[in-house]
Design a protein around this ligand. Structure first.
Ligand SMILES: Nc1ncnc2c1ncn2[C@@H]1O[C@H](COP(=O)(O)OP(=O)(O)O)[C@@H](O)[C@H]1O
Ligand SMILES: [Mg+2]
Length: 343
């Protein structure tokens, strides 16, 4: 794998606000990298530093091995796609796509085949004559991508490009974006606050929190083995469950997701059924324990709301350190099972 983008100890402050604190990252050529984090964590600032719109206070940014830290945006061979697409609403689709080539003084007879080619790739050949304010949000996204692709950039930077689409279009646009990136074989650096987008799109996801990457890895890894409790709570539809834990001088907490539990007649723990839903042979249960843990269980027996059910926790992650392991790294020593807790 060749490294396409390299951040080497990049830092950036706005006044006393540290938005990037000694950040290092390698993105491989052809990788779909998603930068995930809540709003205000510095995602756009990091992307803008890669683009050359913001300057880091310290550190080095390399694209294709070349130090671009002090290069202006137009010398970096990157393309950006924004949330609002920044298209020209009164121009037709063709002229929008052709625009960056015109700005680079390509002759018209070279521009036309390039525009038609990329329009074909993105399936928008039929709408080249339509004005941008007359096409759908999903089509606008494709036009914005086409305009980025036509310049033949070496790196695509996308800042929440799906956020303005309504839910139904967003679902299709997401799948399409993934396919386009695969077909192009290009490197995408994609910013979002939406973990579903990270899950569906990314080869790897990096989660930015307090100016540092709290964890970088395949999305499943973030979900299955969160590095910190903060990640455990941020990734996933609902927060993890935590149980304080102490053994032979080590204290911390055991974290497990609600679905990491199985019904068992002689299970170590007991919970009360809050919601029961019958689907085929199974009854799906949302249950809570007396001490506030939440578990999702599947039972072959029909169960009703208010009844007691016994279960075992199948697996868990150990968070070590003070304050029940909050914000502490996962310990390499992970106990095999939760300590038995009899109600
Ligand atoms: N040019 C700027 N000057 C001062 N503060 C800024 C500037 N740009 C962003 N910020 C602040 O930096 C923080 C991170 O912003 P941003 O990178 O836009 O976060 P995100 O994209 O994750 O929502 C925010 O608190 C924002 O208000
Ligand atoms: Mg942003």
């Amino acid at each position: 794998m060749t490294v396409k983008l390299q951040l080497d100890r990049v830092s950036k402050k706005f006044g006393s606000l540290m938005v990037a604190d000694d950040v290092s990252l390698d993105v491989d050529a052809g990788e779909f990298f998603v930068l995930l984090g809540p709003s205000g964590e510095g995602k756009s600032t990091l992307l803008r530093m890669i683009a050359g719109i913001e300057t880091p206070d310290s550190g080095t940014i390399r694209i294709d091995g070349q130090d671009v830290t002090d290069l202006p945006p137009n010398k970096r061979n990157i393309a950006m796609v924004f949330q609002n697409y920044a298209l020209y609403p009164n121009m037709n689709v063709y002229r929008n796509i052709a625009f960056p080539l015109k700005m680079q003084y390509f002759p018209p007879d070279e521009i036309e085949p390039k525009v038609r080619d990329v329009a074909k790739t993105l399936g928008i050949s039929e709408i080249l004559d339509r004005r941008v304010n007359q096409i759908s949000g999903g089509q606008q996204q494709r036009v914005a991508l086409a305009r980025a692709i036509v310049r033949n950039p070496t790196l695509f930077l996308l800042d929440e490009p799906l956020s303005n689409l309504d839910a139904r279009v967003r679902f299709a646009a997401r799948a399409e974006l993934k396919k386009i990136q695969r077909d192009l074989g290009q490197t995408f650096f994609f910013v979002t606050h939406d973990q579903k987008e990270a899950e569906v799109l990314s080869d790897r996801t990096g989660v930015l929190h307090h100016g540092v990457f709290e964890q970088i890895g395949p999305f499943d890894q973030l979900y299955d083995t969160p590095a910190t409790r903060w990640i455990g709570d941020f990734v996933g539809d609902v927060p993890m469950n935590y149980v304080p834990w102490t053994e032979s001088g080590t204290s911390g907490s055991m974290g497990f997701r609600p679905e990491w539990a199985t019904v068992s007649p002689d299970g170590a723990q007991s919970a009360t059924v809050q919601v029961a839903e019958r689907v085929g042979d199974f009854t799906y249960l949302l249950c809570t324990t007396a001490n506030g843990l939440r578990v999702y269980l599947r039972s072959l027996r029909s169960m009703s709301v208010g009844s007691e059910v016994r279960f075992n926790v199948d697996r868990h992650v150990f968070f070590g350190g003070p304050k029940d392991g909050e914000d502490e790294r996962v310990s390499s020593e992970r106990p095999e099972r939760l300590p038995p807790r009899r109600a």
